[in-house]
Design a protein around this ligand. Structure first.
Ligand code: ADP
Ligand code: UDP
Length: 427
């Protein structure tokens, strides 16, 4: 495990050192890490603190945000899993000096591990309001612990009366009850990005959630707002809640200060708290939050590219079609300098492979080196890399430089990245 991390770390340092030395250098000419490694390590650490979700995320001289994959990665047609499946051990790296930093790049985590952001703040600070906006822009699933508890009361559960009494008194429901509801809701969802709103409310909530789920949040959003404003908002909320009356509101404030603030302090100490001034207008608050969520899109885009390439290597046409826009355009050597539009031209190669039939002969694997993800805006991204293709039917290794342009679209209410153009040339 440690060996794996080191491999990835080394490559992240290498990619970052390339980026920091020259923002315009060719991605296929990576300087070896060495003299500048300490400075680069500091850059990696500070990026981790600032970015929250992706360690290899940086802003170049022109201000464009770039996410850099930590490493080259490899996957094969006959069963090896790509990085999105967690097979970090199958990374190909060149021999070079062992770095001493033990930074585990978060991009190396298995895709199945949920990415969680806790949304905390006093009652009425605008958590629910902003969560709705984040869901709309970034495709997260919003889980409000309070809403789950209120639904549990309505469902006629045996815990219903106890929960109702706790809410009326502004007290915190026992951790086991809330965590079970959260776990169930997460399991029923088909995404891996969750906004957990109004939880953890005390140290017990926090420690038990970590113990039971093994999940640490990417970061927490803390909506900072004075009591006078909170009180004004809660009294005007008008949702018919049993706890939005002045007596319970005061109790909730007390519980927040005594029990919830220490949780926020904990995350502050470990560098995971992102404090937001919640007194501003709804739009201004969202503008402050928005950049914190960009790295999630970069990770999603990277994973989409990994799955697409895995689909190409394994001859899996349905995966290919899922990730490609029907009107995709392409320049590739096979098209002899022509721009091809649509998927027919590409489908031909999938069909040819199936017709060939021999799995051993068809065995192909790609190793991606020096990949860079650049988000142009929240719905458009550019992915560039060099891809080495090994083919069982030939001893020759082909190297291609590839650029893929992706667009994020809503399909059946869900965000999906679609490849709208690619350019491949022999390296
Ligand atoms: N930035 C804001 N400025 C003014 N009012 C707001 C703002 N954000 C939310 N509100 C209003 O304040 C009330 C509480 O917001 P809500 O999102 O329900 O808070 P929470 O989920 O933190 O309890 C709601 O009536 C909401 O419309
Ligand atoms: O993890 C949680 C979340 C909520 N609550 C209870 O639900 C109430 C309402 O919480 P919610 O987050 O819905 O609203 P807020 O108080 O933030 O406006 C709280 O006062 C608590 O009594 C709880 O016990 N545990």
């Amino acid at each position: 495990m440690g060996g794996r991390s080191r491999l990835v770390n080394r490559a992240i340092l290498r990619t970052l050192s390339q980026h920091s030395s020259s923002s315009s250098s060719s991605p296929s000419t990576l300087p070896a890490s060495g003299s500048g490694a300490n400075a680069v390590r500091e850059e990696v650490k500070s990026l981790g603190r600032a970015g929250g979700a992706i360690l290899g995320s940086a802003v170049d001289e022109s201000g464009a945000r770039k996410a850099q994959w930590g490493a080259g990665w490899v996957f094969a047609a006959a069963g090896l899993v790509g990085m999105s499946g967690g097979a970090v051990g199958s990374l190909h790296t060149q021999a070079e000096e062992e770095p001493k930093a033990s930074i585990v790049p978060e991009v190396a985590r298995p895709a199945s591990k949920p990415r969680v952001v806790f949304v905390l703040g006093g009652p009425g600070s605008g958590k629910g309001t902003q969560c709705a906006k984040i869901v709309d822009s970034y495709g997260f699933v919003h889980l409000s612990a309070g809403d789950l508890l209120r639904a549990e009361i309505k469902s006629g559960s045996p815990d219903g009366t106890m929960i109702q009494n706790m809410i009326k008194e502004g007290k915190i429901v026992p951790s086991s009850v809330t965590i079970n509801l959260l776990k169930k809701a997460m399991a029923e969802s088909n995404t891996d990005k969750f906004l957990i709103d109004g939880f953890p409310r005390n140290e017990e909530n926090r420690a038990d959630f970590e113990k039971v789920t093994g999940i640490l949040p990417e970061f927490i959003l803390f909506f900072d707002c004075p009591e006078t404003e909170l009180e004004r908002r809660l009294l005007g909320r008008n949702e018919g809640r049993v706890d939005d009356n002045i007596e319970t509101i005061r109790k909730r404030f007390k519980v927040f200060i005594e029990s919830s603030l220490p949780v926020i302090d904990h995350y502050e100490k470990i560098g995971k708290a992102r404090k937001i001034d919640a007194t501003k207008s709804r739009e201004e608050v969202f503008n402050a939050i928005d950049p914190l969520f960009r790295p999630f899109l970069e990770t999603d885009l990277q994973r989409a590219t990994e799955v697409l390439l895995k689909g190409i290597d394994s001859g899996d046409l349905s995966t290919y079609e899922r990730f490609c826009d029907p009107g995709m355009t392409a320049f590739e050597p096979e098209a002899s300098g022509h721009l091809v539009k649509g998927l027919d031209f590409h489908r031909f190669y999938f069909n040819k492979k199936v017709a060939g039939g021999n799995e051993a002969e068809n065995f192909r694997q790609s190793t991606v080196t020096s990949p860079v993800v650049t988000l142009l805006d929240s719905n458009v991204g550019l992915v560039t890399y060099t891809r080495l293709v090994q083919d069982r039917s030939s001893s020759e290794v082909k190297a291609y430089n590839e650029t893929r342009l992706w667009q994020r679209k809503k399909v059946n209410g869900q965000f999906e990245w679609k490849n709208v153009h690619f350019h491949r040339s022999l390296a």
